[in-house]
Write a protein that binds this ligand. Sequence first.
Ligand SMILES: [Fe+2]
Length: 362
Amino acid sequence: MMNRIEIIRQYADGIIENMPKADERKEAYIHTYGVAECCALLAGKRGPDAELALISGLLHDLYAYKSGSYSCHSQSGAEMARAALKHMKITNDDEQKIILSAIYHHANKDLVHDEYDEILKDADVLQPFLNDAGSRIFHLALPRLNHLRNELGISANPAVYGSTQQNNTSRAGIRQQLADIAEMLASRKICGKKSNQDFMDLIHYYPEASAFNELIHGWCAAFVYHCCIKAGMELPIKSPPASCRFAGVGAWYEWGKAMGYCHFVKDGFIPDRGDIVIYDNIIPAENKPEDSLWHDHIGVVLDCRPDQLKVAEGNINNKNIAGILMREQDKTIGCYLRIPDDYQYDGWKYDYKTGQVRIEKY
Ligand SMILES: [Fe+2]
């Protein structure tokens, strides 16, 4: 029987070997295995379980390799690893919590979390430095690297970059961009087929091999998520307290409520271009499974007329096609989400294990 490290290695290799560019594949192997070994080294030195630390290292960047993007890759990566570990059945609940927490927090090098979380962050900083002492270290990771050099007795000096302030380039508001992108994509009449590149782009955030077969039956929410990402929003595939991924309408409702973005017509809210509309029981009962949720469809508002909405939607009426259409402003409107123009992703501030705000500076 394969030991569990071997099972995780095969899983990691399977993702890395499918990366399209040879040089990026090579980097990914070096970084993944290097970080995993640094994790084991630091765990061995500091006391906790080296195998769990090693597993967190093997899994930590796989979402970025699979999706091709580092935006929120630590939070999306924890969700990807959650599904993968559940499927593998080689870790218990406590072990999973430790591994997933480390992945969730690993991008926040300027914050302090628990012991295994810190081991992974340290390993992620140490590996590039060990691999090439001349490689440049991001300024926010420097205090961490200096502690590590001290702890391990390394005398080489790192080169530092990124110490100048980033200037925020002004750009159109998030809702304007969301509406423009939704309008453009919907007008292409995307349909849910493997041969449709727009559709494959829209589902590529969901890393499991089963993604196509699962999403083909309901991709309105995945369409909205894709538009949000294309509009420049930072948002992982799942964000607590939402209990499911943004590929499900329910996640938008739960997340929107928690963020204070949720508005109701009964309170006098007037929708506008760029708002997200969540519908109630708009899909005819015969077209959807029994005991489906009441919030059963979602789209992006393009224009608001006295009684009608112009909307861009994916999987209109469960017909597996995207498009622009008019909807009645009637009882099928559940609520609207209005994402503020100064929106910034802040899910990183919640501790993975407790769900409580935890901002402890390194
Ligand atoms: Fe990394």
